[in-house]
Design a protein around this ligand. Sequence first.
Ligand code: 5GP
Ligand code: MG
Ligand code: MG
Length: 183
Amino acid sequence: MDEGHIAADLTNVLYTREQVAERLAELAKEIDETYRDKDLLLVGVLNGAVMVMADLSRAMSIHMSMDWMAISSYGSGTQSSGVVRILKDLNTDISGRHVLVVEDIIDTGLTLSYLISNLRSREPASLEIMTMFRKPEAAQNAVDVKWVGFDIPNEFVVGYGLDYAGKYRNLTSVGTLAPHVYS
Ligand code: 5GP
Ligand code: MG
Ligand code: MG
């Protein structure tokens, strides 16, 4: 696909589609090994994790089911408040299931903290997290993430499922926006 028009809005490409795919293949192998004999349920967090879910699941080779949650942070602006509202809950009863939460990006980790304690109360057999990207601030909150695609600098990034004002999710690479986009 020629995405030149959208890609022109990036000042800096952090990871190309190929680099993302290569890293996902490595993680898929590890995740396959971990859940080889288990009944695995991947839980994708809408909307951002759609691309990761699609690519990770197809890079894996074991049986799995998939389900989705949509959550929204209360709070204004770009700062996460940690107060979260469930917009769409799972269709699946996860009690006794092996659950792997698939995330696009962890910034403060506040959203994920809420999600994890909510899911834990449903008594899954196991509960782990995979995220494609993670920012430095995540270290300050005790969210135990088992698989991380890339640790990235503390910048606002778009592409590969991540949006700015609802757009750029379909950009196959991930990068920072050029200043002219904001003005
Ligand atoms: P947290 O609660 O970890 O601070 O926020 C996580 C959510 O904020 C992510 O699921 C994502 O929706 C959004 N977010 C955090 N950092 C970025 C970023 O760099 N770019 C985009 N597009 N969204 C981000
Ligand atoms: Mg997310
Ligand atoms: Mg967003």
